[in-house]
Ligand binder design. Structure first.
Ligand SMILES: [Zn+2]
Ligand SMILES: [Zn+2]
Ligand SMILES: [Zn+2]
Length: 379
């Protein structure tokens, strides 16, 4: 015998009927003592089904009840923490109503964490005195004689500070020298530039020109004081002055736009004094050469610093029984890769993502801290 929950409504002939999920009309058994009212929901027994209709007998009424539902999250230790409370209307069988009403407040555990709560978690005290809170074991403070991650980080940074002191000083002075030479080159180059002056004309009331108009003027030749007539050449075209001086016309146009500013158009026009450029070139060339040498030297120093840091990390790791080897590079720019780590007697694989190690293994929490501290320096 099948039982279904049906909601009743008024049929075309005025009788109270319902509909099965199959679409068949559900007629109330004539012998039924219960006659449902419109809008009510009942648990019903299906007496029999014909092709187009079924005859049912209502057994038990479904009622609505409002209960207070307290939502909890549960931790591995069994402790619960309430994070929400809600009024919820639920539908129950009439016979269950009194039971539900007795406990007007319902508790619901919506999710469970795979770690212990703040009260139940374990604290680790290292022999150095530092303490860390871990969550994988229950209760109390455990004193361990393994290196503490804070101390390891300090040890690493101190060694780096000491052993890269000279290299970093060298890096600094190289950077300074490079900046100096670059500004020298820049100011030499500027000597060959003759800017084309510009004035902005306000719109004349009543004229057909809308908005401001830019008017580019003619600069004067520094050798003979005649106006340089640049208007007839294309970009990078050569203009000859009557005095024999030669100029190259340059034009640059830029359109900038970003999320915060509307589009903006920039225009630049200038002339290069070709005679001056020849003179300046002689001075720029050796400076450019020096710049290349310095940049190469700087790169070498920076590489050396990086390698020293890595070597220090390896040394410290070795001291504490850690060996790290790279197995696979997943993405160079995202700093993603897989590593095999030998930690004392254990071997584990670690995934490095965005420069941060993801250590998922049965390594004890206190040892994980050590790995996390040292790991970023290996890459
Ligand atoms: Zn707990
Ligand atoms: Zn420590
Ligand atoms: Zn001239």
């Amino acid at each position: 015998m099948r039982e279904v929950v049906l909601k009743f409504f008024k049929g075309k002939r005025g009788n109270v009927i319902s509909r099965l999920s199959s679409g068949k009309i559900a007629l109330v058994n004539k012998n039924s003592e219960i006659q449902p009212k419109v809008g009510e929901k009942w648990v019903c027994k299906i007496n029999f089904e014909k092709e187009r209709f079924a005859v049912i007998t209502p057994i038990e009424k479904i009622v609505k009840v409002t209960v207070t539902v307290k939502k909890f999250e549960q931790y591995k230790c069994g402790c619960k923490k309430q994070y929400d409370v809600k009024q919820e209307t639920i539908e129950v069988k009439e016979s269950e109503l009194s039971e539900i009403q007795k406990q007007k407040e319902r508790e619901e555990i919506t999710f469970t964490w795979n770690y212990y709560c703040d009260n139940c978690c374990k604290k680790i005290r290292y022999s150095c005195g530092h303490e860390i809170k871990i969550t994988s074991e229950k209760g109390g403070t455990k004193v361990v004689d393994v290196p503490c991650s804070d101390c390891i980080t300090q040890e690493y940074l101190k060694s780096v500070e000491q052993r890269t002191k000279e290299l970093r000083a060298k890096e600094n002075s190289l950077e300074q020298e490079i900046r100096k030479i670059m500004s020298e080159i820049e100011s030499l180059r500027k000597q060959c530039v003759i800017e084309i002056p510009m004035v902005i004309k306000k719109p004349v009331p009543g004229s057909c020109i809308v908005g401001y108009e830019k008017i580019w003027l003619k600069p004067k030749c520094p050798y003979c004081n005649r106006e340089i007539n640049w208007g007839e050449v294309d970009n990078r075209g050569i203009i000859k002055c009557q005095c024999g001086a030669k100029y190259e016309y340059r034009y640059k146009s830029e359109w900038t736009e970003d999320a915060f500013n509307p589009g903006r158009h920039y225009e630049y026009r200038w002339l290069i004094d070709l005679k001056k450029e020849q003179e300046v070139k002689k001075q720029v060339e050796p400076l450019g050469q020096r710049l290349i040498e310095l940049s190469e030297e700087l790169e070498k120093v920076r590489k050396e610093i990086k390698e020293t840091k890595k070597a220090i990390a390896q040394e410290i790791a070795k001291k504490y029984g850690i060996k790290i080897e790279k197995i696979e590079t997943i993405s160079e720019d995202k700093e993603q890769g897989r590593y095999r780590v030998h930690y004392n007697d254990r071997v584990t694989e670690i995934l490095m993502d965005d420069g941060m190690p993801i250590i998922e293994s049965d390594i004890p929490e206190e040892h994980k801290a050590v790995l996390s501290a040292l790991f970023p320096y290996f890459t």
